[in-house]
Write a protein that binds this ligand. Sequence first.
Ligand SMILES: Cc1cc2nc3c(=O)[nH]c(=O)nc-3n(C[C@H](O)[C@H](O)[C@H](O)COP(=O)(O)O)c2cc1C
Length: 177
Amino acid sequence: MRTKNYGEKMDVLDAIKARRSIRKYTEDSVEDEKIQRCLEAARWAPSASNKQPWHFVVVRNQETRKKLSEMHPYGQFMKDSPVVFVVLGDPDLNPKYYLMDACIATQNLLLAAHAQGLGTCWMGVIDASFENDMKALLKIRDPLRILCCVSMGYPDESRTSSRRPLSEIVSYEAYGK
Ligand SMILES: Cc1cc2nc3c(=O)[nH]c(=O)nc-3n(C[C@H](O)[C@H](O)[C@H](O)COP(=O)(O)O)c2cc1C
């Protein structure tokens, strides 16, 4: 199921609001150019002092995806998602902000995927009991950390979601006003 905006230009706010976490994908493989565009969007994320303390491992291999899916209790669908990005943060490049920066890059990646008709789902990994197992599987050196895995493919489900109203999450001039 491809979104109606597939292949068309999409307004940024529309893209932000229409993106949903997609956990079921068609068997269509994802074109290399689309993966590259996602990585390009991640690359251009802002980062503290422009340190860019991130790295992305692109996993297409079925056996590796199956192993990742078996390690992650809420990520079983990685087994059946054509692509998995494993997003790393590098504390050597910025000990204070590496996680924040890698999060921003990941959101850029999610939005670029959505704008190209692709579905994604972010799965948290950092500090999980299985983070080191994933590092060993992918030969990730210390002190790099795995922020998250992101599955990606053409959506085979449609989802709705909701958000807390602005009135609950915004104050003006001082908290609570
Ligand atoms: C830090 C983080 C960790 C998440 N971990 C998981 C996960 O392990 N498994 C999963 O299926 N979804 C995971 N999600 C997706 C959220 O469940 C989803 O973003 C949220 O329910 C809102 O839905 P939406 O993305 O469709 O708007 C995670 C999202 C974030 C930002």
